[in-house]
Ligand binder design. Structure first.
Ligand code: MIC
Ligand code: SF4
Length: 642
């Protein structure tokens, strides 16, 4: 039987396990990346493991999230990351060099290799046929130390692309169409592979927009083949030597197949507050807007920037609209400046930001009260923009630019003649903001600098024999990590300071939660389906751990979050009968008899509620996960196992 692209890469990297969808497999990881908002934790954990030098082929630390530096905290974290990476063999991408996924695609990604990153959009690398996966910082630390990365062998969803995109319809519209079809849970447990004649018509930046937002499908990863288009991109990056062709076998077998005719697509928008709440722009036309933000790891390539510049040239941004533009990398920014397109953006009234995540993670540019913001980003979760009642619509750069000029949501197909944007055949190569690590001989002399913002990481405890607890918080479906552990200007500076972060935990859903948890000494959380979707931030497990959360019972979990819960010793359980969710009331006293024994070995256990009901729960865990949970989390587990 033939293999798909993902299956080929997995086969070449398989350490243990069976390549049968649903089985746990261990993979060898060639490259890792971290960003600064999750990086401090990853490196603190790497240090705690005691490995002197990374064992991967390449590891890179990026500074792109917390670049606002409203106080000393972020600068302290940056210096810590800069020094700890120098000591242990990791390259350091300085602030100003760009967003991790964009830079990694440009400078380091290699078709056919594996990459894990402490950021959920690591699958961006799938745009050049690299298997990129988002992971918690602790898993990245383990991989840097040469350890395997464990995933569930994915199912493979094939999306067959036919036809050619019409003018003013972009790659963003393709992935929004996929989100409309499959929804935010549609990719869970799967890798999405793009095939068909339409693939050849898409450049690498377009492919990367699509694989990037595969994260919003809940997919383990997304992949394009590595073909002549990939080769041309790598050549433009002076890295043709990294090219290898990669395609599925003709007789590859898929678990599900869909077809999208690119020529039938129209501009789309994901409406508040979910990336799968997709409607045609034509239906939303005329809606008054307050803000437009262009950039993020989804749409900040040279192609995106040149498209926007061409549409804004000679025009003025509407007086009621504030437009921000963040190029994705120093490479893009420099090329924009050199070709003059940057001048067109500035002249039109765009507010140019540094090449970093910026507004995407709520670091500035919060919309006005109840404001409407069009963003080329990948997430429009409630309150993520920093304004709780704002409405964020995710759109293509084409729709964003047309609307910024008009002041209302505008179908870009009305913008006149088709644009003919060509990305340069040769990119501007200058890696002067990538610092190389010290040599093994010099590493001993490097002092790791730790500022006062860096606090110890909480460590989990082994499960109690019988659990007597309280249902401290009950939440609904699709709870995101932005609900559990919000980000933004006021909170992100404390990513290395769990006690301080805990003051903000779940406050989007319930302002009283942190206080209540502290007073009651913790409890358990009950959630609906797809609990923990979104970011890879392990703070969404670490902070609840700090607040005494022992377990989460949900209808289902998102992949990265469940791994993070296990790594920190919080037991994830699911309802045997999802309708039992309705029986549980916040504040109820709960008992789980034989809790520790069940975690160690049983598939089923019972939650007894003071109301008299007895609810069967499932523990869908592998032997390895049970051992980690029984030890009270990965750090204890690693310590116990020498
Ligand atoms: C995000 O887009 O939510 C982030 C910020 O990049 C996160 C990582 C984080 O929370 O630091 C992600 O996607 O993993
Ligand atoms: Fe940064 Fe936004 Fe991309 Fe996350 S989604 S890595 S915050 S640009």
């Amino acid at each position: 039987m033939g293999l798909t692209i993902a299956q080929k890469i997995i086969k070449n990297h398989l350490i243990s396990g069976e390549m049968k969808a649903g089985s746990e497999i261990a993979l060898r990881i060639d490259q890792t990346l971290t960003q600064d908002a999750t990086g401090t934790m990853a490196y603190l954990q790497f240090e705690a493991m005691g490995t002197e030098r990374v064992k991967t082929e390449l590891s890179v630390a990026y500074i792109d999230h917390n670049t606002l530096q409203a106080g000393f905290e972020n600068a302290d974290d940056h210096r810590y990351i800069q020094t700890v990476t120098k000591k242990h063999g990791i390259r350091f991408s300085r602030p100003g060099n760009g967003i991790c996924h964009q830079v990694h695609l440009e400078r380091f990604g290699v078709p056919g290799k594996t990459l894990i990153g402490s950021d959920s959009h690591t699958p961006t690398a799938g745009g050049i046929g690299m298997l990129g996966m988002g992971a918690g910082g602790l898993d990245v630390a383990v991989a840097m130390g040469g350890g395997a990365y464990y995933i569930t062998m994915p199912k493979i969803i094939k999306i067959n692309l036919t036809g050619v995109l019409p003018p003013y319809v972009g790659a963003k519209d393709i992935i929004l169409e996929v989100l409309r079809m499959l929804g935010v849970k549609g990719g869970v447990g799967s890798v999405v592979e793009y095939c068909g004649e339409g693939v050849k018509t898409l450049s690498v930046p377009q492919r990367a927009t699509i694989t990037n937002m595969g994260a919003e499908l809940g997919a383990t990863s997304s992949l394009f083949p590595s073909d002549e288009v990939t080769r041309a991109f790598l050549r433009a990056e002076e890295r043709e030597a990294d090219f290898t062709p990669l395609a599925p076998d003709d007789d590859a077998v898929y678990d599900a197949e869909y077809t999208i005719d690119l020529s039938s697509l129209e501009p789309l928008a994901a409406c508040p507050h979910s990336p799968d709440n997709v409607k045609p722009v034509a239906e939303l036309e005329g809606m008054k807007i307050d803000q437009v933000c262009i950039g993020s790891c989804t749409n900040s390539s040279m192609l995106d920037m040149l498209t926007v510049a061409a549409m804004l040239k000679g025009k003025t941004v509407h007086p009621d609209v504030s437009l921000s533009i963040s190029p994705g990398s120093k490479q893009v920014y420099t090329m924009l400046a050199e070709c003059g397109a940057l001048a067109d953006l500035i002249a039109a009234g765009a507010r140019i930001l540094e090449c970093a995540c910026g507004p995407c993670i709520g670091m500035g540019f919060s919309p006005k009260s109840a404001g409407i913001s069009l963003r080329t980003f990948n997430r429009n979760f409630e309150a993520r923009s920093g304004t709780a009642d704002a409405g964020v619509y995710l759109v293509s750069p084409e729709t964003a630019a047309a609307s910024a000029i008009a002041g209302v949501m505008t179908d870009p197909r009305k913008s006149g003649d088709a644009l003919d944007i060509k990305i340069p055949e040769h990119f501007k190569i200058n890696d002067n903001l990538i610092e190389m690590p010290a040599s093994p001989e010099d590493a001993g002399a490097v002092t790791v600098e730790r500022g006062p913002n860096i606090k110890p990481i909480p460590v989990g405890k082994a499960p109690e024999a019988d659990l007597e607890t309280t249902l401290i918080l009950k939440v609904g479906d699709n709870i995101t990590t932005d609900h559990i552990m919000p980000a933004g200007t006021k909170i992100l500076p404390y990513r290395s300071n769990v006690p301080k972060l805990s003051e903000f935990c779940f406050t989007v859903c319930d302002k009283e939660f942190p206080e209540r948890a502290k007073k009651m000494g913790g409890g358990i959380i009950v959630g609906g389906s797809n609990y923990g979707q979104g970011s890879s931030r392990e703070h969404a497990a670490l902070v609840p751990l700090y607040l005494g959360i022992k377990a989460v019972v949900a209808k289902s979990f998102a992949r990265i979050h469940v791994a993070n819960l296990i790594n920190f010793g919080i037991v994830p359980m699911t309802f045997e009968n999802p309708e039992d969710y309705d029986k549980l009331k916040e504040g109820a006293k709960l008992t789980i008899k034989g809790f520790a024994d069940a975690v160690a070995g049983a598939d089923k256990l019972y939650l007894e509620c003071e109301c008299g009901c007895k609810i069967p729960l499932k523990l869908d865990l592998t032997a390895r996960q049970r051992a980690i949970l029984s030890a009270g989390g990965m750090l204890n587990f690693t310590k116990n196992n020498g």
